[in-house]
Design a protein around this ligand. Structure first.
Ligand code: GCB
Length: 601
């Protein structure tokens, strides 16, 4: 089992970092998945074994060409490029690491023709030490094969069937039930980095508060042949050291601490300290050092309320997607700096990483800006509860928590979106998944975005917070605004009565074509989306007065691409922003609400 990757790669006094993003060579495999393997495509430059096209990394490959066969490709694609390892890394005895921040879905990686790693599950990083396979005196060949095939035991799930096309040729067709396009490729940055022989392997930071005092509980682990000593320093924003320790694991106290607060809840939201861990060798020499940003805050919860730093919080935000024109799910800083500016413009304080973990840089931005995240694992619409799926589901959470445990922005784990939670097997299945999460992290509540009825749900008993998705006035009672407010109030109340836990509405909304105006309000028009929101707001305000209702998340932040169906006009149009991030009338409407909620805090 591949353990994923823990620490985000950074250059420090003892580590070097190179980014391998850029334009790589690319080729689709023929339908026979063995073809590239049999013909040694991993042993020499792809250019030498056939025609290649240029492919940007990071990006999805689907929307780069003009060809539906690339967009709809099912099966393997091959990428390669050459890279150099600085000769001085070798001279200094540095270890060399290769890290993929994410590849969708399964991938195998070769360096100079040697297989170095295999990883399944998109959206999560994986890395390996390649010191023994790299050349210093010449370039190195890096080859990656990517398989986007989704089956009944992949996360998420899908189905493949053969369709006969002209000349008796077979074309594979992928179907899936989740509502976003199955973009594939090398989706996030690829890093080459170095560490010393004895190196910091992981850092776990938890925080607590008492009055004005902050506590930082930490554990630094390292790998080596020899023993080293730890020196831990905590710096505030001005670079002043405020705490320190000489133990690899321990607790540091920060008097009069600046706590991490959400956006608009405090004049200085997203306050971060720098936690610097150093390893010192027997002669007092610096062996390795690694720094990360930490926020001092607590998340606690009762049967009605979620608290941040002992203050009740109300989450106001969005379900989102990693999705944009041309890039698909490729990491793009332009897009995400813009997204965060829009999140703040609207006055939101939270979003859910529906329906998979997002790029690590996004969580770093959320930490800095005080935006809270419900961090969702890539479970898909779990509808079979087999042991093999359970293992993969647990593995995805192991990798997710290993990656995201230190982010103050992450305030909740979502272990699934819309599973078939009425199935009798869902009880034991989710009981095990929750137990697995709790064995790794007790500091955050666990939830599921549930779509099945509170009458026969079997998963909620295992959760700390109940989230539910419901499309009143859209999928049910289409076009009718009449009963939305009472249905939402009744359903949220019923969930609370059934489980005695805080309740959040994680999805509601209406598809809307920007620029379509119809009065009286009519489905797909800007007027209908606004009116449907207003009915939900009535319910949310009523529920807030009763006291167990902890948040509202509209679906969706922006329009996004889906598979082709007759219910999707160029994709899912429930965004309050268009896919190019321009506001619909609904964005202005939500903005007025979120800012007034913030002002009343
Ligand atoms: C849902 C899903 C989400 C869809 C949304 C919709 O319940 O969780 O992935 O996009 O509904 O618009 O149908």
């Amino acid at each position: 089992v591949n353990p994923g990757a823990a620490l985000y790669p950074r250059a420090t006094e003892t580590r070097d970092l190179r980014n391998l993003d850029g334009v790589w060579n690319f080729r689709k495999s023929p339908t026979d998945p063995e073809f590239g393997y049999k013909n040694g495509w991993f042993e020499q430059d792809l250019e030498k074994t056939g025609p290649v096209i240029p492919m940007p990394v990071p990006s999805s490959y689907n929307d780069i060409g003009e060809d539906a066969s690339l967009r709809d490709h099912v099966g393997l694609v091959w990428y390669d490029r050459r890279f150099y390892v600085p000769i001085w890394w070798g001279q200094n005895g540095q270890r060399v690491w290769l890290r993929f921040s994410s590849v969708h879905y399964a991938s195998q990686v070769w360096v100079n023709g040697q297989s170095v790693m295999y990883h399944e599950i998109g959206h999560l990083p994986f890395e390996v030490e390649i010191s023994d396979v790299v050349n210093y005196n010449t370039s190195n060949l890096l080859t990656v094969v990517v398989d986007n095939t989704l089956l009944s035991d992949t996360v998420p799930q899908g189905t493949i069937r053969d369709i006969m096309v002209a000349n008796n040729k077979v074309r594979l067709e992928q179907t899936y039930t989740f509502d976003f396009f199955n973009y594939a490729g090398i989706h996030r940055s690829v890093f080459l980095y170095s560490t010393p022989q004895t190196f910091i392997d992981d850092v776990i930071v938890n925080t607590d508060i008492q009055g004005l005092t902050g506590f930082v509980v930490y554990n630094v682990t390292y790998k080596s042949a020899s023993n080293a000593q730890c020196v831990i320093q905590l710096f505030d924003k001005n670079g002043t050291q405020v705490a320190g320790s000489q133990d690899c694991a321990g607790l540091m106290e920060v008097g009069n601490a600046n706590f991490w607060w959400p956006y608009l809840m405090h004049p200085e939201p997203g306050y971060l300290y720098t936690f610097k861990a150093s390893l010192i060798g027997p002669l007092g020499e610096l062996v390795d050092t690694y720094s990360l940003k930490v926020g001092i805050r607590t998340v606690t919860w009762s049967n009605t309320t979620i608290y941040l730093n002992d203050k009740p919080i109300y989450l106001r935000g969005f379900g989102m997607h990693e999705d944009s024109d041309l890039r698909g799910k490729g990491w793009d800083p332009v897009l995400w700096v813009k997204n965060f500016n829009l999140i703040k413009w609207v006055g939101a304080n939270a979003f859910r990483t529906s329906h998979y973990p997002y790029a690590e840089e996004i969580y770093q931005m959320a930490d800095e800006q005080g935006v809270m995240i419900i961090d969702e694992c890539p479970s898909g619409d779990t509808d079979i509860f087999t042991d093999s799926l359970l293992e993969k589901h647990k593995q995805s959470l192991t990798e997710l928590i290993r990656r995201d445990k230190n982010h103050p922005s992450v305030v909740m784990w979502s272990i699934s979106n819309e599973p078939r939670s009425a199935n009798y097997k869902a009880d034991a299945y989710f009981g095990k998944v929750v137990k697995h999460v709790k064995s790794m992290d007790l500091s955050r509540p666990v939830t599921i975005a549930i779509s099945q009825s509170y009458l026969n749900d079997k998963a909620g008993q295992h959760l700390d917070v109940i989230c539910f998705n419901r499309y009143n006035g859209w999928y049910s009672n289409t076009g009718s605004l009449l009963n939305i407010a009472s249905y939402v109030t009744e359903e949220a109340t019923a969930w609370h009565r059934r489980y005695n836990k805080p309740v959040i509405m994680t999805e509601y909304g209406a598809d809307t074509i920007a620029g379509l105006h119809l009065i009286p309000e009519y489905v797909w028009s800007e007027e209908y989306q606004v009116a449907l929101m207003s009915e939900h707001f009535k319910a949310f305000d009523r529920l807030r007065r009763v006291g167990f209702f902890a948040g509202e998340f509209i679906w969706n932040f922006a329009d996004f691409k889906t598979t082709q169906t007759i219910t999707r006009v160029g994709g899912n149009k429930k965004g309050i922003f268009t896919r190019s991030r321009q506001p619909k009338a609904s964005a202005h409407h939500l903005r007025a609400r979120y800012h007034s909620l913030a002002a009343a805090e």
